[in-house]
Design a protein around this ligand. Structure first.
Ligand code: HEC
Length: 192
């Protein structure tokens, strides 16, 4: 269970607002409405009611289970929710991440955050290994980091054409890979 009350979830919000201009000039507002469109690269979130089976199928990479739909609804506004695949961590780690996301402008109720926390703890336990972006196959990039099949293939194709990536900044040069795709997975990537 999440111990924090609603105000605790939001307490660090002010600190984060205004710091959200990422590399690509992407600006994240704290007041994103529930039904706002997903960022480029994610399947469109057509309706705010996210409970239908059709929506579940939008992210087949995410395991089925209680909390999946809530996670997709609350966590797909700024980056693809599949980034959670890349960020498996302890219970405390997930609590901290959700608190951080609320601070960044995610909007959910206490109940929703608790559901999301339970879903994440159950399905994405701690992983410490990193993926070497200069050696990994497209299949590994997809499976371990939660990039889409197309994105994973594009990353490998770009690497084959242009040589090794030196850093996360290089990775953003791949067409269809934006700053947020990279930032939300950076802890699991190395460039050796
Ligand atoms: C208001 C926009 C926004 C929403 C909504 C959002 N995130 Fe994020 N998320 C971000 C940003 C920005 C980063 C990159 C932060 C950084 O680089 O420090 C990020 C990064 C992450 C990371 C990578 C680890 C980290 O701490 O940087 C994870 C995991 C994550 N988000 C999970 C979630 C989950 C789970 C939800 C739903 C509860 C969510 N996000 C909703 C903006 C958002």
């Amino acid at each position: 269970m999440v111990k924090q009350n609603k105000s605790a979830w939001y307490s660090s919000r002010a600190v984060w607002i205004g710091t959200l201009t990422l590399g690509g000039g992407l600006i994240v507002a704290s007041s994103v409405a529930l039904a706002s469109p997903a960022p480029a690269g994610s399947p469109a979130q057509a309706a705010p009611a996210a409970q239908s089976q059709a929506k579940a199928d939008q992210y087949p990479q995410l395991p089925e289970g209680p909390g999946k739909q809530t996670t997709i609804r609350v966590c797909s506004k700024c980056h693809s929710p599949t980034n959670v695949i890349a960020n498996g961590q302890s219970r405390q780690g997930w609590e901290d991440t959700i608190t951080k996301m609320a601070g960044l402008g995610a909007s959910g109720s206490d109940e929703e955050y608790t559901e999301i926390l339970d879903y994440l703890i159950k399905n994405f336990p701690q992983v410490t290994t990193k993926v070497n972006m200069n050696k990994a196959t497209a299949a590994d990039i997809e499976k371990q980091l939660g990039f889409s099949t197309k994105q994973a293939e594009d990353i490998v194709a770009y690497r084959e054409k242009n040589g090794n990536f030196k850093s996360v900044d290089d990775l953003q040069k791949v067409p269809q890979i934006n700053a947020m795709d990279v930032a939300s997975r950076k802890n699991r990537m190395t460039f050796e």
